[in-house]
Design a protein around this ligand. Structure first.
Ligand code: PLP
Length: 448
């Protein structure tokens, strides 16, 4: 009998990887999961410390979410969302509105993160077209941003690894040099700066603000760029600029939402509201593909008119509002409702960050250990003093990843940044385990 991975490789083109790499390390076929653990078809256990691409929030096969989805599947699996609705979608909005920044009150459903970004961009573009500012056609975004892989989302993204080849296909974006706290060009650090770097945003607004409909940001944490973390004051500054220039602020909370940064949403740290918020990943606890673009009454009203005015938002996805996905999303909010999960995660986050600093900071190649919520990132550098990066062709992160897999830990670094982004329910014993395994793997590749 052929192995599962051989059967896989006969047909499957895996995302975001060089298929040739699988010659040496075949895909790991997972049989079942429980809590923070995944078990492969040979019975090996892995601690899923990357939350299965940052989406698993409350553990695999969470009994409460499982029960909600099982119940729903016997009632209704799907129904068209134009002119029809379903009870689970209504309930989801009623639950979410209690925890969202207060100006956000209208919900547009899509079925993956990138699609919600496209939705937000079209919404903002059409808003300005319909409110007498048709010259506002462009978008602003930060360097090192990541907003997904579809053409619009890739356009606002600023990571060359994903977009370089496609540049001829992409929109012309106003790119703002964003915060870079580890290598701050102004010589400050995250905790003692006044966001001097926001001057770059000010310059961009001055020059292009009048032709821009929206600025999109990943609040506080640029995930795919290597878990780059910046202070909440920066968001406040952006909010002010957006208000001055009649530019929408789109919060891409796809990775940061749902307690990942220690609060329900990263924007909560800044105490300002975006005009549109995109959610996905943790939204269904990592169970089903679903996303939301949530917006204000003001934006909604710009589309509300007699049919023949042509003002409707003619944007749709077949699986918008899918009741199975909504049932999972409702169960997630029920579990989070009393606040204890996030509170507990924040207590554990202190422990996690302490042991990571203790174990890793002294190593000759650890440039920075940074953290927000349970997310911890370790940036590996060739030289600590100059902060010179390793040559990406050495694939240091990938080599450490392979070693850690043998120890039963899924790390999947971003370039030379090893990171942990576990489900919120991870316990301290597993934190000890994964950090020991990661450290031993780092020693294997870079020495002590
Ligand atoms: C994952 C992610 C996306 C894209 O979501 P998909 O569901 O993969 O399309 C967009 N923005 C951020 C910040 C993300 O982390």
């Amino acid at each position: 009998m052929e192995s599962w991975s051989d059967r896989d490789l006969k047909y499957i083109w895996h995302p975001c990887s060089q298929m040739k790499d699988y010659e040496e390390l075949p895909p790991i076929v997972i049989d079942h999961g429980e809590g923070v653990y995944l078990y492969d078809t040979d019975g090996n256990r892995y601690v899923d410390v990357i939350s299965s691409w940052w989406c698993n929030l409350l553990g695999h096969c969470n009994p409460i979410i499982n029960a909600a989805v099982k119940k729903q599947i016997d009632e209704l699996e799907h129904v068209i969302f134009a002119n029809f609705s379903n009870k689970r979608a209504v309930e989801l909005c009623e639950k979410l509105i209690k925890v969202l920044p207060k100006s956000l009150c209208k919900f547009n459903f899509s079925d993956n993160g990138s699609a919600s970004i496209e939705c937000a961009m079209k919404m903002s573009f059409q808003y300005h077209y319909q409110t007498g500012n048709p010259e506002k056609k462009r978008f602003m975004a930060l360097t090192d941003a990541y907003h997904g892989e579809t053409i619009g989302a890739l356009s606002v993204g600023g990571c060359d690894l994903y977009s370089e080849i496609y540049k001829p296909m992409l929109m012309d974006i106003v790119r703002i040099e964003g915060p870079d706290c580890y290598r701050c060009p102004y010589g400050f650090c995250r905790d003692n700066c006044a966001c001097e770097c926001a001057v770059k945003a000010e310059e961009a607004f001055e020059k292009f603000g009048n032709e821009v409909c929206a600025l999109i940001v990943e609040p506080l944490l640029q995930g795919s760029a290597g878990m780059k973390i910046y202070p909440s004051l920066y968001l406040k500054r952006l909010r002010k600029l957006c208000d001055e220039y009649n530019v929408h602020l789109i919060a891409d909370e796809i990775a940061t939402g749902y307690g990942r940064t220690g609060k329900m949403f990263a924007f909560d740290h800044a105490e300002v509201s975006p005009d549109i918020m995109c959610l996905s990943k943790g939204l269904t606890g990592g169970y089903m593909p679903m996303s939301l673009a949530i917006t204000t009454q003001d934006i909604y009203d710009a589309f509300y008119a007699d049919y023949n005015s042509g003002r409707a938002f003619m944007h749709s996805h077949t699986y918008s509002g899918n009741p199975l996905a909504c049932s999972a999303a409702n169960a997630v909010l029920d579990i989070l409702a009393d606040g204890s999960v996030i509170k507990n995660a924040n207590q554990n986050a202190l422990y996690f960050n302490n042991i990571i600093k203790e174990k890793f900071s002294g190593h000759k190649n650890v440039g920075e250990v940074r953290s927000i919520g349970l997310i911890n990132a370790i940036e590996l550098v060739k030289d600590k003093t100059s902060k010179e990066a390793f040559d990406s062709e050495l694939r240091i992160g990938y080599q450490i990843y392979k070693k850690a897999l043998k120890r039963g830990v899924i790390l999947r670094p971003l370039g030379n940044v090893i990171y942990f982004n576990p489900p919120l329910i991870i316990g301290q014993a597993d934190m000890d385990y994964v950090t020991d395994a990661a450290l031993a793997s780092l020693y294997d590749i870079l020495g002590r």
